[in-house]
Design a protein around this ligand. Structure first.
Ligand code: FMN
Length: 363
């Protein structure tokens, strides 16, 4: 059992800010495909932390992201990597059914589309170390021990995403410096270590944050559904030292989101999002678009495992992006999407922190 931290929320937040070189306990969430350097430059410029989800980036693209970020900011940033699963077992008949289904939504799917694999993990780890960010975050598991040792030798903090208390304890035992407690409200992929449990162990941010703070004697960063000052204040009161915000930054001009996706966020109620494996094979929370809804129907073929499904949907996703067609786009969204303001990111950071401080009684 960890110790209950009875410091005041603002004292706890200030301690983590000091350690990470932040002026505000507000972190941009890593969002693969939706975190151009411009967004991180704006967030870091306002005293928060920038972030990139580098899952799909080759080593030279990781280096280029960091170069572009540093050209605009001397603030801190986090690079995020997925811990790879063992190669999935393949089911040619199941994949054929998915290919046929997807052919009704986008271009015909090539027979080898499911063979696509993400860039080599070991090479990405090297590139991330070379880029020397303030923090490297893991999702979908814990980092291998040799990589953890290298992070520590380089003075880089390891932020470990956990969706359950047991995962937070496993990450602490593996050497994590900070736990990012990701509630099931979160937009994008769920970080559950075991894909088979990802939909069956849904814990919301309100229950997860205090449970992790009590169980693990490490700073906790709350993420999932936090999109305004109320959410920031609540997360800090629940035991977090900082918040990590994803969806609420997506309508900022610096995010450069496809307009159809940005507009749909503004009108989305919490119940207008769903958890789906239909884009990548790993569950993620997206807008309940026509494709995501149809793929969940009882007669739709079961998605292939990650990363096969990601390869199978690549053509549809690319076409949707080109056409600005929300119904076929991979339009991730958290349950608080409607709170996302169309504001410059620095103004959003200012507003989140000003409103949270008012609620916490220290304006
Ligand atoms: C568009 C998008 C892409 C995401 N990509 C990643 C990713 O690459 N790695 C990761 O750890 N989390 C990813 N996430 C999850 C976020 O890091 C974070 O947990 C989530 O956005 C928090 O919930 P919120 O969207 O309600 O703020 C993504 C989320 C979104 C919305």
């Amino acid at each position: 059992m960890g110790m209950t931290d009875d410091r005041s929320p603002l004292t706890r937040a200030a301690a983590l800010c000091d350690r990470l070189g932040l002026r505000r306990p507000i972190l941009l969430a890593p969002m693969a495909g939706a975190c151009p350097p411009s967004l991180s430059i704006a967030v870091a410029g306002a005293g928060g932390m920038g972030a990139a989800g580098v899952l799909m980036l080759a080593p030279d693209a990781i280096a280029a992201w960091m170069r572009d970020f540093r050209a605009g900011s001397d603030g801190p940033a986090q690079l995020n990597l997925w811990v790879p699963d063992p190669p999935p077992s393949r089911d040619p008949d199941g994949e054929r059914r998915v290919r046929d289904f997807l052919g009704g939504w986008g271009p015909a799917v090539a027979a080898d589309a499911g063979d696509a694999t993400p860039p080599d993990f070991a090479a990405q780890c090297e590139a991330v170390l070379d880029a020397a960010p303030a923090a490297v975050s893991s999702i979908m598991g814990v980092f291998p021990a040799p990589f953890v040792a290298q992070l520590k030798a380089h003075g880089i903090a390891w932020f470990a995403v956990a969706t359950m208390v047991g995962e937070a304890i496993a990450a602490r035992d593996a050497g994590a410096d900070v736990i990012v407690a990701q509630g099931s409200e979160a937009g994008g992929h769920r970080g559950a270590f075991d894909p088979a449990l990802a939909e069956r162990r849904l814990v919301g941010t309100f229950a997860l944050v205090p449970a992790v703070a009590d169980a693990v004697d490490l700073p906790v960063v709350a993420t999932g559904g936090i999109a305004d000052g109320r959410g920031v204040a609540a997360a800090l009161a629940l035991g977090a030292s900082a918040v990590q915000v994803g969806t609420a930054f997506l309508r900022c001009p610096e995010a450069q989101l496809p307009p159809a996706w940005a507009q749909a966020l503004a009108g989305a109620r919490p119940e207008d999002t769903l958890l789906t494996r239909a884009f990548s094979g790993r569950p993620g929370r997206s807008l309940a678009t026509r494709y995501a809804t149809a793929a969940a129907a009882p007669d739709a073929p079961a998605p292939a495992p990650y990363p096969v499904q990601r390869g199978l949907t690549a053509a549809m996703r690319a076409q949707a992006q080109k056409d600005g067609d929300l119904d076929r786009m991979q339009a991730w969204a958290g349950q608080s999407a409607a709170l996302a303001p169309a504001l410059p990111a620095a103004d959003l950071v200012d507003r989140l922190w000003r409103d949270a401080r008012l609620l916490l009684g220290s304006a």
